[in-house]
Design a protein around this ligand. Sequence first.
Ligand code: GUN
Length: 288
Amino acid sequence: MSARIIDGKAIAQKVLEEARAGAARLRERGIEPGLAVVLVGEDPASQVYVRNKVLKAAEAGILSFEHRLSTTTSEADVLALIDELNRRDDVHGILVQLPLPRHIDEQKIIEAIRYDKDVDGFHALNAGALQQGRPALVACTPWGCLRLLKETLGNLDGKHAVVVGRSNIVGKPMAALLLRENCAVTIVHSRVPDAAALARQADIVVAAVGRPRLVDAHWIKPGATVIDVGINRIEENGKSRLVGDVDFEQVKNIAAAITPVPGGVGPMTIACLMQNTVSAATAQHAIY
Ligand code: GUN
């Protein structure tokens, strides 16, 4: 039997509608939610992501302020821009697209963003609050993954989840979110000798390692739910194509449900960013 394909586009549309409703409620109170998006350099993938974020903001009724800086912009100039955005009342969310050029310290830039405008959820205060199960702006990709899991499985209480990958952007916050949902959580990574054997025990597998098709049939228990965060561009049979961290063709015959790439997690990330912007504006105006 073939797995149910989790429709990330449809669920993202629902999340975007929720953000739009939230933005409309703010506007009724005279607050225009605003998102600043900062892109440094010419990375083609980043340019596409930033364009999509600006388009989705418009769809959600969120004002966006785009700042495109040249590759040679100094770290001091990026910090000066962040300082200005931190102070502006019409900017409720600040997103600096990563990766940054090598001469700029990413961590320093992230920590310079006011934590209550950190709609990426990357600031140590937000990451730490999430680990402690306290209110926080949550990183958009893991938050989107959690929403996909809840839409697919309902209550996650007591399920065993294996997160493949331990990045600050996805793996670690994903594990914290699953723990908050009362899952038993295991994180596996490149230094774990038989990660597949651990994953094979899981009801839920979230793959976020950036290795094309690493997670194949041997990693998956029959009936598991599989979320694929990977977006890897590969050359195959002379053609360039996008594949996930999961071997979709193999795993779809074993799992009960699986996200496709593209059209799974990707659209959720942007929709959750819009929700975070609405939440940030709501909190900054102390409307609960
Ligand atoms: N680059 C890749 N993913 C992300 C993300 O979620 N946020 C930002 N700011 N940059 C990214």
